[in-house]
Ligand binder design. Structure first.
Ligand code: TNX
Length: 514
């Protein structure tokens, strides 16, 4: 009876109170279906309890929700998986095993009596939590307690992604970024319901992952970066930490070892891999296409087998990215032969191979994915690979490359693929982007950040935000929600959150920031 009285009091208070400051549809990426109920706002308070289905992965989502809400609210927000009915005023995370919402979908119901997220998987609950977070006043991003009415807009959302592959890439080879920076990037991905982090671990300027069987790759090949700085590398323990942190946010790490080109750093460590057998000095410039491991040498395949074998053992996700771009000095049959052999090595490790779309001419390998980074949308070779069975991840250079400048005066970045303002990042359709490629060959989208000119976490964030949410929305939201004016309004609301959280972003003039 006490609980009922409490609920009645809450309801009465809600009727008198001002409405929630955030509208139910003010979410990025836009949800599939939003049904507001202006009379059903819900107020969190110091007694709010988070009740979670008795499942370890669901419980972990509940703990993360509590960790997100505690700093700003100052509320205790205990998390329980007790089988007791939801206490009035509680937040319930219900893992139903219901297949209707798919592998990542969720349903969110906000009523005066409580908040409920329902999903068939822990990933779905996690995405629902990201939505819930965005529906609270922006001050929820504060790291210290704020006096605020923590009110959620009433109604329900039913939501699920358009594409299963929604990613971002971070180039840690041109400049090295430590574990803490990568974890922060993972937080940004999680916020926008991305589920893949592609790490470009190796390039001409640096080798960033410790390989026990070839130790000099990291110790020698890692000790350099663009501009000649000290570089660095991840120990295997560091890398495992990144993988685990991502996994806890339902993000799969896709490691890339770029082959056969972009391998100068490896050659500095092991001259035996170089075509002339001589280890060159480190390279700190930004040219591409000059280096390669010798495709005619068996030692090269020992190297690839050892490196990919160790990486597969460290990476529970199903994919290994083998690069394949800009190997200008390995041509024709030497190139396709090399790629085909490496594809076999990946298959032998029980993993699915991904390569930049330059690997298209090679024979099909089971399940292989090509990552499109062209700028024209018209490539018969890629279209042919799709006819032979490949699926695509779309990272068009002229829309999704986050190392491109926003405008001519952007202080860092490139412009070889054009300028990419927020509208350009947002206004394209993955399903209709490539000529002669059917919509169902597209597995999703990815936003790469190359780091020749990016040297700090703040610069990463400046290039990511606000464009990453644009690509995230293309990957998640149904096409029927696509609307530039609506998107920039919703983005403006995200800016307030980034400010409250101390996150750097570019104040694009196209967005009506308050
Ligand atoms: C092309 S995109 C590259 C990278 C550069 C990037 C700079 C791709 C697969 N290769 O090596 O970093 O341009 O925008």
């Amino acid at each position: 009876a006490g609980e009922l009285a409490g609920a009645a009091e809450r309801q009465a208070a809600a009727l008198l109170a001002p409405p929630a400051p955030v509208r139910l549809g003010d979410v990025v990426p836009a949800p599939e279906r939003v049904t507001p109920d202006a009379d059903a706002d819900h107020l969190l308070d110091a007694d709010t309890v988070i009740r979670v289905s008795a499942d370890p992965a669901a419980l972990a989502v509940g703990e993360q929700l509590a960790a997100l809400l505690r700093p700003a609210t100052g509320y205790p927000l205990p998390v329980t998986d007790a089988a007791a009915p939801a206490p009035a005023g509680g937040i319930a995370l219900d893992l139903t095993g219901d297949a209707d919402l798919g592998a990542e979908g969720y349903r969110l119901d906000v009523t005066p009596a409580g908040v409920r997220i329902t999903a068939g998987t822990a990933a779905g609950l996690h995405h629902g939590v990201q939505t819930l977070r965005q529906l609270l006043p922006a001050a929820i991003e504060s790291a210290t307690p704020v006096a605020e009415r923590w009110v959620l807009p009433g109604g329900s959302i039913v939501d699920r992604p358009r594409y299963p592959h929604r990613g971002a890439m971070l180039d840690v080879a041109r400049h090295f970024f430590g574990v803490a920076d990568v974890l922060r990037v993972i937080d940004h991905l999680a916020r926008y319901k991305l589920n893949r982090l592609h790490l470009h671990l190796t390039d001409d300027q640096g080798w960033r992952i410790a390989v026990d069987s070839w130790p000099r790759l990291a110790t020698v090949g890692g000790a350099n970066e663009v501009g000649g700085g000290p570089g660095g590398h991840y120990t295997q323990a560091d890398y495992r930490r990144i993988v685990a942190y991502a996994a806890a946010r339902h993000i799969t790490v896709i490691p890339e070892i770029d082959l056969p080109g972009h391998t100068h750093a490896a050659l500095t460590a092991y001259g035996e891999l170089a075509p002339d057998g001589v280890a060159p000095p480190p390279y700190a410039g930004t040219e591409v296409g000059f280096s390669y491991v010798d495709p005619a040498s068996e030692r090269t395949y020992d190297f690839v087998t050892d490196v990919l074998g160790e990486l597969a053992a460290l990476t529970p996700g199903g994919w290994l990215h083998i690069g394949g771009d800009e190997a200008f000095k390995v041509k024709g049959a030497a190139y396709t032969g090399f790629v085909e052999r490496v594809q076999q090595i990946v298959a032998g490790l029980g993993r699915t191979v991904i390569g930049w779309h330059q690997i298209a001419p090679a024979a099909h390998a089971d399940g292989r994915l090509l990552q499109w980074w062209g700028t024209s949308g018209d490539d018969p070779v890629t279209a042919d690979a799709v006819r032979r069975g490949a699926k695509l991840i779309l990272s068009p250079g002229n829309h999704a490359y986050l190392d491109m400048k926003y405008a001519p005066d952007t202080p860092i970045g490139h412009d070889w693929a054009g300028l990419i303002d927020v509208r350009r990042a947002y206004d394209w359709d993955p399903a209709a982007h490539l000529t002669d490629v059917p919509a169902d060959a597209v597995l999703g989208v990815e936003a790469p950040l190359w780091t020749e000119s990016v040297t700090t976490l703040a610069e990463i964030e400046f290039m990511l935000l606000p464009r990453l949410p644009a690509i995230a929305e293309l990957g998640w939201s149904p096409r029927s929600t696509h609307d530039w004016d609506g998107f920039r309004e919703r983005l403006a609301g995200q800016g307030v959150r980034w400010t409250a959280a101390g996150i750097t972003f570019h104040r694009s003039p196209e967005v009506p920031w308050p």
